[in-house]
Design a protein around this ligand. Structure first.
Ligand code: URA
Length: 434
């Protein structure tokens, strides 16, 4: 096979065979196709897309570029959840303990912050001592003993994705449905799961801003999961405002504690319970999605989910003292508040800008090698549709950097709209696909 001919074929909108896709992925992973040719191939896929069959072949080639875990020796159905990313999305921290407390096994391989969006690994690492870099045998042991485990992508899991993702990041080819599908599904299928719940975000803080694009991505992910005989339910959910009120790594762990231990109720709690309910249903611990959600509510109220969270943190070497006494966590050097200068209703939030403000404060990376400040972030006190009085505190900002606070303050002040007329509340679940 000839790489140039394959690029030309895709450029001319012809479909590639399974063997041709395998040739491209294998040879790129083995460093036998140079970056400039693979970049050209990625761009043809970006512009011309891929058929359902091509996307499945791409996923398969990326999946078998590394190890596919076999978790058959661990009893129980294994179900994971994947979110396409957003601002304040900490549902994994709440869902993993709820679902594993029902007996469904939850093996999670998560990512770091990407662009303006946060990542589960960075949040977990805000807990002193928490190890996200377990070996695959430690991963299996924790899953067996505790029922849930949360780690990062290892070098054995889908190495093709690691290489291709880095190239996509610098060739403007991230936002492609088949490439996103191959990237996400190759990692998820390698985990050894039986089923997957997908949370595809849409809105001004999501990678897929338009609902129709989010639905198309959800469809592609679902078709691919089904091609590999996995049980799957997909949700398209709103990201036109942060999920919950806390943005930033330790702040998000803290809000998860408020939900798990203190019964805090907001959109974060609602979405976590729905996604957990879907996982409980796929894990056959309930007869329907609704019963799954009821079970999730019961487990949360009973305190078992909080106990399980503490157990997970302990099993992965995290200091549980900070989970049991979050008030002991170190504080940022600087704190600022943003007050409302008018009265009315919160009508719009630029969620992307809020995510970028959190990065200004130190909660994310501006370059690959930046170190994250786990204490940094924003508490955003209101939801779209809420009544706002003049002078109330809209947001609280935390950082060790004074210039970070100044930049973030400007960004946030410019990303909030207060109107005189009452806007509609945002619908959290746009659609459910299975
Ligand atoms: N997350 C991934 O893992 N891959 C993508 O391509 C996009 C989001």
């Amino acid at each position: 096979m000839n790489t140039v001919e394959l690029i030309r074929k895709k450029r001319n909108k012809e479909n590639l065979s399974k063997e041709e896709i395998l040739f491209l992925i294998n040879n790129y992973t083995k460093n036998k196709i140079p970056d400039y040719q693979f970049s050209a191939f990625l761009m043809t896929v970006y512009f011309n897309g891929m058929s359902k069959e091509e996307t499945a072949s791409l996923t398969e080639a990326m999946l078998y570029s590394g190890k596919v875990l076999n978790l058959n020796s661990i009893p129980g159905i294994k179900i994971d959840k994947h979110s396409t990313g957003g601002v304040g999305d900490k549902t994994s921290l709440i869902i993993a303990p709820i679902v594993s407390a029902t007996g469904v096994k939850v093996p999670m391989i998560s990512g770091r912050g990407l662009g303006h969006s946060g990542g589960t690994l960075d949040k977990l690492e805000a807990i002193p001592g928490f190890r996200t870099n377990l070996t695959l045998s430690e991963y299996k042991n924790v899953l067996k003993k505790v029922g849930a485990v949360l780690i990062g992508q290892t070098k054995e899991i889908a190495p093709a994705d690691k290489l291709i993702y880095a190239l996509r990041d610098v060739t403007a080819t991230v936002e492609s449905i088949p490439l996103i599908t191959g990237s996400i599904m190759s990692k998820k299928l390698a985990e050894g799961i039986d089923g997957l719940v997908l949370d595809v975000k849409t809105g001004n803080g999501a990678f897929m801003q338009k609902t129709e694009d989010a639905i198309a991505l959800a469809d592609s992910l679902i078709q691919t999961a089904k091609a590999f005989d996995k049980k799957v339910i997909g949700f398209v959910t709103d990201m036109n405002q942060p999920l919950g009120n806390y943005i930033g790594n330790w702040l998000e762990v803290y809000e998860s504690i408020q939900v798990l231990r203190d019964g805090k109720k907001n959109d974060l709690t609602e979405l976590s319970l729905i996604l957990a309910g879907a996982m409980i249903y796929l894990g056959k611990k309930s007869k329907s999605l609704d019963e799954g959600i009821e079970e999730a509510i019961r487990i949360l109220k009973s305190g078992k989910a909080f106990d399980k969270f503490v157990e997970i943190v302990k099993a992965q070497n995290g200091k549980t003292d900070f989970i049991l006494h979050p008030e002991k966590y170190p504080k940022s050097k600087f704190k600022e508040v943003i007050k409302s200068t008018s009265a009315g209703y919160l009508s719009e939030v630029n969620t992307y800008e809020l995510g970028m403000a959190a990065i200004d404060l130190g909660a994310g990376r501006k370059t690959k090698d930046d170190k994250i400040d786990p204490k940094a972030g924003v508490i955003f006190n209101y939801k779209v549709g809420d009544t706002i009085s003049k002078g109330v505190v809209l947001a609280e900002l935390f950082s060790d950097s004074k210039s970070g606070i100044d930049n973030a303050k400007k960004r946030i002040a410019n990303s909030i709209k207060i109107s005189r007329s009452k806007p509609q509340k945002l619908k959290l679940i746009k659609t459910i696909i299975n």
